[in-house]
Design a protein around this ligand. Structure first.
Ligand SMILES: C[S@@+](CC[C@H](N)C(=O)[O-])C[C@H]1O[C@@H](n2cnc3c(N)ncnc32)[C@H](O)[C@@H]1O
Length: 379
């Protein structure tokens, strides 16, 4: 572990600083804490702050409980049958007393419940682990992120050669993503989780009046398939790396959309984007890349659109001046582990769009910022 406990000197000619407020220092003092915990008007607040703090302290254990349930396929099993401890212990290849600890932890986290009969069942929240598309896959691939974060101080200092970047090989350039196996692995995870992203994007954006939608970095076509189903007259273009797009043919074939979709393999780093679309979508693409790559990509999108053409950015975003948990305490860290990308606020994305020449920017409030947020612009 990095020596994190050392006190950093907080002095220097450039350092802008101001003493912490007297109130903050008062609240932090043990005497105040003790008094406030007993005083009727503050007692409740102190307790709820205590619970919230303890949740932060223990959060990493919660994540590991979640990970273990998924790794052992327990949610999937319990979706079919309610089961006794003995069966679950066999499934997990662990002694029953250790499985009982795992199951109680999952119970405490609201994922499972034990019936009076002794059988274990999923709660509504636990059922999401088995039913929400892409959720289990996302939890399962966090083993990589846990390793990257095992020395978090070194991680934040930028001293860790993170593994997560290898899971998404294209971040180092299209040439790194020619391996169909690794493209299949990341594409599956993306496609599985796309359903909810597509739902929220469809709710936030009006596609009426669009003749051809081009989805750049559209993976295996899950987003286009969802938009195409909602707008049956829409023509579509899918643009993604050559190692990725072949899998899209099956999806469009199964959805009976082959005639409406043009698939163009290529890299936006090395070639202009195809012309002909009056709307371009970039779904979970910008956050993988540096500001420079994004500026080039948005300029290419501007060049490919006609006057009046629209651009839609849909991806998880940070809260900017008002940080929020999903964007700032998860996606920003995830993107940092990928080394090349960054989670951005809607305002920052709007500024990048403006720099590329787009105007009439729209930043609708996200219904579920942990799924996606949207920014729209017009050429
Ligand atoms: C995080 S995935 C998102 C996929 C899809 N839009 C979705 O939301 O499910 C990023 C996508 O961008 C594609 N991509 C990355 N670099 C690219 C490049 N240089 N040219 C074209 N596509 C690229 C990847 O292959 C991948 O499909």
């Amino acid at each position: 572990m990095t020596d994190a406990a050392v006190t950093m000197p907080v002095s220097g000619p450039d350092l802008d600083r101001q003493s912490a407020s007297r109130f903050t220092r008062l609240v932090a003092s043990p005497a105040f804490q003790k008094w406030a915990a007993r005083f009727p008007l503050t007692r409740r607040l102190v307790r709820s702050e205590g619970h919230a703090m303890f949740d932060l302290v223990a959060g990493f254990c919660h994540s590991q409980v979640l990970y273990t349930l998924v790794a052992l396929d327990i949610p999937k099993l319990l979706l079919v049958h309610e089961l006794p401890l003995s069966t679950l212990a066999v499934q997990g290849r662990m002694p029953p007393d250790r499985m009982a600890v795992l199951l109680s932890a999952a119970g405490a986290l609201g994922l499972l419940k034990q019936r009076k009969s002794g059988l274990y069942a999923l709660t509504t929240r636990g059922a999401a682990l088995a039913g929400v598309p892409g959720l289990a896959g996302m939890i399962a691939h966090h083993d990589v992120l846990y390793r990257d974060l095992s020395d978090p101080v070194a991680f934040f200092r930028g001293e860790v050669d993170t593994e997560l970047a290898d899971f998404w090989p294209y971040v180092f350039g299209a040439g790194a993503a020619t391996n169909p196996d690794s493209a299949a692995k990341y594409s599956r995870l993306m496609a599985d989780s796309q359903l909810l992203v597509a739902d929220d994007t469809l709710a936030a954006v009006d596609f009426r009046g669009v003749t051809r939608l081009m989805d750049v970095g559209g993976g295996t076509g899950a987003f286009l398939a969802a938009v195409g189903a909602a707008y049956p007259k829409l023509a579509m273009t899918l643009f993604d790396l050559p190692a990725v797009v072949p899998a899209a043919q099956d999806r469009f074939g199964a959805a009976d959309m082959t005639n409406r979709v043009q698939i163009v393999p290529g890299s936006f780093r090395d070639q202009p984007l195809p012309q002909g679309a009056d709307m371009i979508s970039l779904v979970r693409v910008l956050y993988d890349h540096s500001d420079e790559t994004v500026a080039d990509l948005l300029a290419a999108a501007y060049a490919a659109l006609p006057t009046g053409g629209r651009i839609v950015i849909s991806e998880p975003m940070t809260g900017g001046a008002a940080p929020h948990r999903a964007g700032d305490a998860y996606f920003a860290i995830y993107c940092m582990a990928m080394r090349t990308g960054r989670a951005r606020s809607a305002d920052r994305i709007a500024a990048l769009l403006q720099q590329a020449g787009f105007s009439s920017l729209r930043l609708p409030k996200a219904a579920r910022p942990f799924i996606t947020s949207v920014v729209e612009g017009v050429r």
